[in-house]
Write a protein that binds this ligand. Structure first.
Ligand code: EPU
Length: 426
């Protein structure tokens, strides 16, 4: 028996929905909590499997944790282990955020190389360079990151070769407790980087410039445990916005940060969708005619790669040709062949190698039809959910473990908006 998500499509989404906390911000914040010398309370954590895996690894290292009602209380005062189990570490991307906090706290770390979705090469050389510049000895051997601090962690000027989210968070986590001043140039600017910096600052860290491409950090000796609410999930917000538009619905998304959604908002408005941004709410109405578009994914504040997939689903029926180029990851169109099973007509061209990025050429079809499809990666899960909601008939989505990694109670949220969506066994 395996689980599927069954969607009987064709119903417009209508009503109000509250967005969960940001998975990617939470993963950095949870690791940062281990730096504290007293307990931390992290609120608005999404209850998804990546968060539970991270909390499990932190418990293995000696942190005492309770997790209930989207709040984790973390007591990191007796951290003793430096080697979380390889299995969960190798399955998710953010497991390597544990390395800098272990180096700071215990002077050593032995963590499996990060895994995560198979969407491209996903190099980590910028992270390794950042840690080494700050005085850590780092070796990558037999699939593990083996780190130690021989002398002392010290500030440095770190110029990232690309504005990597992971390298920015990893360098910031180590620099926050390293002696002296660190500058991270060409830093990533995504909202979750700012949220990690806000939490570190609340614990006492001295960080300026997070959210710009130069972050300046003066290392401190003691981190005080604090309470921090995680920001709303930009990707879940965007997925719900796209789903509202794609089903010709009318949805009010509560608890969002509209400024984080500007690239998607502008794109939706450009193609004819009504979007109204309020203080912490976004309303999307999809009943008017809309058209195809040309777009490419970019680093923040550009159009996010994590919202490329559900947008392509939406564009499959948009009048006029659309082209979508993936600029961040080499291989993030694996779900296109699943959309084709539902009647979509899309050519993906390009090898995905540097200088030959992949572009999806979307030839509009009148409608999508329900089919049996498989999720190849996390955000592809959102693409297939949006497609299932748009389609005529029943869509059965397999490999639901990807959906559980990043979307909390997505079935219930969609049902509350009038969709016919439920988990089933087959
Ligand atoms: N890159 C390098 N060298 C490096 C680091 C990155 O060439 O040293 C390249 C990567 O190969 C990739 C690109 O730069 O092509 C972006 O990588 P980045 O390091 O910025 O991404 P990440 O930290 O691995 C995070 C999110 C991703 C999100 C990206 C881009 C987390 C846990 N993951 O990944 O989220 O797509 O930033 O915004 O925060 C997801 O949630 O589904 C997801 C994949």
């Amino acid at each position: 028996m395996s689980e599927i998500l069954r969607i009987n499509g064709g119903k417009p989404l209508e009503g109000e929905v509250r967005v969960s906390g940001s998975k990617n911000a939470a993963l950095g914040i949870l690791a940062a909590a281990l730096l504290a010398d007293s307990p931390c309370t992290i609120e608005n954590l999404p209850d998804v499997s990546d968060i539970r895996s991270m909390l499990g690894m932190m418990e293995e290292l000696g942190a005492k944790i309770t997790f209930k009602d989207n709040t984790a209380v973390i007591d990191p005062t007796d951290l003793t282990g430096c080697s979380p189990s390889p299995e969960p570490a190798s399955k998710m991307r953010a497991s390597y955020y544990l390395v800098p906090v272990l180096l700071r706290k215990l002077g050593k770390a032995h963590v499996h190389l990060p895994g995560g979705c198979n969407i491209g090469e996903r190099a980590i050389d910028e992270t390794l360079r950042g840690w080494r510049a700050l005085g850590a000895t780092i070796e990558v051997k037999d699939g593990f990151i083996i780190g130690s601090v021989e002398n002392e962690l010290h500030g440095a000027n770190v110029v990232l070769g690309c504005p990597s989210v992971g390298a920015t968070i990893n360098t910031m986590l180590l620099a926050a407790g390293a002696k002296g001043r660190t500058t991270i140039s060409n830093a990533a600017k995504e909202p979750h980087i700012v949220d990690v910096a806000i939490f570190l600052s609340a614990m006492g860290a001295r960080i300026k410039g997070a959210g710009t491409d130069e972050i300046r950090i003066n290392g401190i000796d003691e981190f005080v445990g604090r309470t921090h609410p995680v920001i709303p999930d930009q990707i879940e917000t965007g997925t719900l916005m796209i789903a509202a538009a794609a089903t010709k619905g009318d949805v009010l998304i509560r608890g969002a940060i509209p400024v984080h959604m500007e690239a998607l908002t502008l794109k939706l408005m450009e193609i004819g969708i009504f979007v109204e941004s309020m203080d912490d709410m976004i309303r999307v109405v999809g009943s008017q005619p809309y058209r195809g578009t040309v777009m490419k994914t970019q680093v923040y504040p550009g159009y996010p790669t994590d919202l490329q997939q559900p947008f392509v689903s939406f564009l499959t029926t948009a009048p006029g040709e659309s082209t979508v180029t993936e600029e961040i990851f080499e291989n993030r169109f694996a779900y296109v062949k699943e959309l084709e099973k539902m009647g979509a007509s899309i050519d993906v061209r390009g090898t995905g190698k540097q200088g030959d990025r992949q572009t999806a050429y979307i030839h509009p079809v009148k409608k999508l039809t329900g089919a049996r499809v498989e999720v190849p990666d996390l955000r592809a899960g959102a693409a297939l959910i949006v497609a299932g909601l748009m389609a005529e008939g029943t869509t059965d989505i397999g490999h639901t473990e990807f959906i559980h990694r990043g979307y909390e109670c997505i079935d219930k949220k969609l049902r509350d908006l009038g969709a016919d969506v439920h988990w089933a066994e087959e």
